[in-house]
Write a protein that binds this ligand. Structure first.
Ligand SMILES: [Zn+2]
Length: 91
């Protein structure tokens, strides 16, 4: 993998290239907030249409939602709350 491949990504929504952040967090997939919001709006609209046309069973959507909730709950239980900065009071 070259240095360019490690630092530049292609936006999932508009294909524009952008610099990947190096500060951690969730994977960076969009060049801007506008593209991220457009993606999620399109996803919601598509899912709603598929459900109305009865091509996507609502039970699948519920299962995915419940699974994500369980994963978040398990992650919050496993993540230790250590290393948080302490605020010292000065008198
Ligand atoms: Zn974009």
């Amino acid at each position: 993998m070259t240095e360019k491949q490690q630092t530049v990504g292609a936006c999932l929504w508009c294909d524009a290239t952008y610099m990947l952040r190096r500060s951690g967090g969730s994977p960076h997939r969009f060049c801007s907030v506008a593209c991220r919001m457009s993606y999620h709006r399109g996803l919601r609209d598509w899912a709603a249409m598929e459900i109305e046309k009865r091509k996507l069973p609502i039970k699948i959507l519920k299962q995915v939602s419940q699974q994500r909730t369980r994963c978040k709950q398990e992650a919050s239980r496993l993540t230790p709350v250590t290393g948080a900065p302490r605020i010292l009071e000065s008198n």
